[in-house]
Design a protein around this ligand. Structure first.
Ligand code: ZN
Length: 181
């Protein structure tokens, strides 16, 4: 999965200093990761890579749109992606041990012998982290053209039925005490 050529950077040959890369990510990028809970993704990833001796400083700027289902009515909602992520990649002798021990999620170790950075999994993770947590039609859209009225109506009915069912049992229980006095 991380062996995808178009998302690799051969950093060994780079001059020290800043280098900029841009990637356009669409739905087909996610195919190797299985089914996603969004669609119609169009994201621009701008990666600023600063090469230093012994480490690389990476900054990913995520900018784009995708569509997710509304958590309440299942309707398709357009979402804006807007976020940035920073990672420091350090070259060490024992990257596996170091990665296991490292608690800072923004620090990542690779072997001194490594010549390429594999970006695909980071891009995948950062796009997912950029999706807003709140996935619901806005208040003013409820009942509007974007909202799924049929589902909302069913939900309302289910809530109403649940209340109808529960009310009598409470009163039935209390009925027993009515004649005691
Ligand atoms: Zn909705």
């Amino acid at each position: 999965m991380s062996q995808r050529r178009e998302y690799e950077i051969a950093f060994v040959g780079l001059k020290p200093g800043m280098h900029i890369y841009e990637y356009r990510i669409e739905d087909k990028f996610f195919i190797p990761y299985g089914e996603q809970d969004f669609e119609d993704c169009i994201a621009n990833i701008k990666l600023s890579l600063e090469k230093n001796s012994g480490f690389l400083q990476l900054k990913f700027d995520i900018d784009g749109t995708l569509k997710v289902p509304c958590d309440r009515c299942g309707n398709t909602l357009p979402m804006q992606l807007w976020d940035e992520f920073n990672i420091i990649v350090k070259m060490v002798d024992d990257p596996e041990v170091m990665n296991d021990q490292e608690e800072d999620p923004d620090v990542y170790y690779i072997s001194r012998g490594e010549s390429h950075l594999h970006l695909a999994d980071w891009i995948y993770e950062f796009i997912n982290l950029s999706i807003p947590l709140q996935k619901m039609c806005r208040q003013e859209e409820i009942g509007g053209p974007k909202c799924n009225l049929e589902v909302l109506e069913k939900l309302r009915k289910m809530e109403a039925d649940a209340q109808k069912d529960s009310t009598p049992t409470v009163w039935k229980g209390l009925d027993k005490f009515k004649n005691l006095e």
